[in-house]
Design a protein around this ligand. Sequence first.
Ligand SMILES: *Cc1c(COP(=O)(O)O)cnc(C)c1O
Length: 232
Amino acid sequence: MSLQDRITEVEERLSRACQRSGRNRDDVAVIAVTKYVSLETTRAVVASGYKRIGENRWQDVEPKWEALSNEQHDVEWHFIGHLQTNKVKDVIGKFAYIHSLDRLSLAKEINKRASGMENKIKCLIQLNISGEDSKYGLNPDELFSFAEQVREYPAIEICGLMTMAPFESEPEQTRPVFRRLRELRDELNERAILDKPVTELSMGMSNDFEVAVEEGATWVRLGSLLVGKESL
Ligand SMILES: *Cc1c(COP(=O)(O)O)cnc(C)c1O
């Protein structure tokens, strides 16, 4: 399947999911996850109009980041993977968003490395809603106290919430996870814990993005279905 065919399929399915749930296609943005593909393919993805690029390991993305930044592509980089504290210094200032803020020690390090920078670091709080051991993220019970504590870090701006659903052969099964993330965002805003309401819901991947869109995703993170998988 060519990249163009993949894009056509994804866009059709996205549009239908938006229609089904009464949403505007413009209210859902695609983050193209390029961790499985080469620099050349990443370039082609950007050239096709997907300017939001998601990656989850600095070691792997560094050459792509260097190349595309030098070529002056207007890429918006999203760090979506688990972020080790000792890697914060590498990614800070290079990624427009960090989707994986999941512990105070990480918030503290981001705040430290970002102080003196012109812009705040935009982060999403990652939640582990399914409770699987293999997944990173805060327990939902910890969200509100965590948000209160993160307010103490002036260089961090919380923009929303992120989660990964368990892989299900029947994607419909993921719905409660996505619904819960939306409810948690709404409750965070109702309680007005942060200085301003957060909007973003980063949820849904190749296997389950339609369900996530129906439940209010503002960002879907699409890897294999959209950009394919190459043996690197
Ligand atoms: C790899 C990855 C994705 C994309 O996965 P696909 O199933 O290939 O779409 C999305 N989010 C995160 C956090 C990832 O690590």
